[in-house]
Design a protein around this ligand. Structure first.
Ligand code: DGY
Length: 319
């Protein structure tokens, strides 16, 4: 029997699955586990099932000890894990691709609709108690039909967002490290372009690339200036892909019309310049937040940990 440390609360079904085979130490606190407590608990662990709020770095891997075999992140993004440090120590790192694709694409498209149709502004207006009435020019937004969606990062979530956009009558361009399946590209009528062209032609730019040194502030002042002044930016990937200060300035100065953000540079803090603006929709990292999706994520993370502990290749390895 091995020792599995789960760094935060996850759906019970996953804990039960792990407990059927191993000793499980699962953090149950209402708040995130503190760093000191985490370092203390991982000592002697054979597997760590981690949440994206916990930094899994060399210090933590060393605190766990040489018996640690696997770090299974309950997330598709793994910028919280020092993967090279895992690899150097012979530790398998794993994530949860696939199971949150639709939930995240739904939130991306929700943000596109909220931003372009000014739903947040309308909601805030009614709740403020201020007077309002229907008017020909009251809270006019922008239609999506016939407009162009620019998808940055055309993996599963980018493609699922593009499918939704297609159903809304949008044209698709995308920027990606590689070509997508030609059948899917044809079905979407999607054209692969460089980032510069994507920014220049898109009416809505939606970010779906992974975060890392290559994508840090991928969208900064220069890129925002290259977008149409009638365009919108949506980010459901990772906060630091966008320079939040530059985005606040661009929105304030009307360089772009609006934005929708599910992720932030320094979560849970949000740049004060964004909080003052009406033309940005802000939601608290809800991309995968459905009961079904979070359960599937936790079960896949449990399967990743269990496979490695049984000496097998996990279903979703990173390294
Ligand atoms: C992920 O899995 O990376 C998401 O950000 C979680 O919502």
């Amino acid at each position: 029997m091995s020792r599995v440390v789960v760094t935060g609360r996850v759906p019970e079904a996953a804990i039960e699955k792990l407990r059927a085979e191993h000793e499980v130490d699962a953090w149950q606190g209402p708040e995130s586990i503190g760093r000191e407590e985490l370092l203390r608990r991982v000592a002697g662990a054979d597997a760590v099932v981690s949440l994206l709020t916990e930094r899994i770095d060399a210090e933590l891997l060393d605190a766990a000890g040489p018996q640690l075999k696997v770090v299974a992140n309950v997330a598709v993004g793994y910028d919280n894990i020092d993967v090279p440090a895992c690899t150097e120590r012979g530790i398998v790192a794993a994530n949860t691709p696939g199971v949150l694709t639709d939930a995240t694409a739904d939130i991306a498209f929700g943000l596109i609709l909220m931003a372009t149709r000014r739903l947040g502004e309308g909601e805030r207006l009614i709740r403020s108690g201020k007077a309002w009435k229907w008017g020909m020019f009251f809270l006019l937004g922008s239609s999506l039909q016939g407009k162009t969606l620019g998808v940055v990062g055309m993996g599963g979530i980018g493609q699922a967002t593009a499918h939704r956009a297609k159903a809304f009558g949008m044209e698709i361009v995308y920027q990606s490290r590689s070509e997508i399946d030609p059948g899917i590209a044809a079905e979407l009528g999607a054209r692969r372009v460089e980032l510069d062209e994507l920014l220049a032609v898109s009416d809505v730019v939606s970010l779906h690339c992974p975060y890392g040194p290559a994508t840090h502030h991928l969208i900064g002042a220069g890129q925002l200036a290259a977008m149409k002044s009638s365009a919108y930016l949506v980010n459901t990937a990772r906060g630091p892909i966008v320079d939040e200060g530059a985005l606040a300035s661009a929105l304030r100065e009307g360089q772009i019309v609006g934005a929708g953000l599910d992720v932030f540079e320094n979560e849970p803090s949000v740049h004060p310049g964004l909080l003052e603006l009406d033309n940005v929709v802000l939601v608290p990292h809800l991309g995968s937040a459905t009961v079904e999706t979070r359960t599937a994520m936790a079960m896949l993370a449990a399967d990743n940990a269990l496979a490695v502990l049984s000496g097998e290749r996990p279903p979703a390895p990173i390294n």
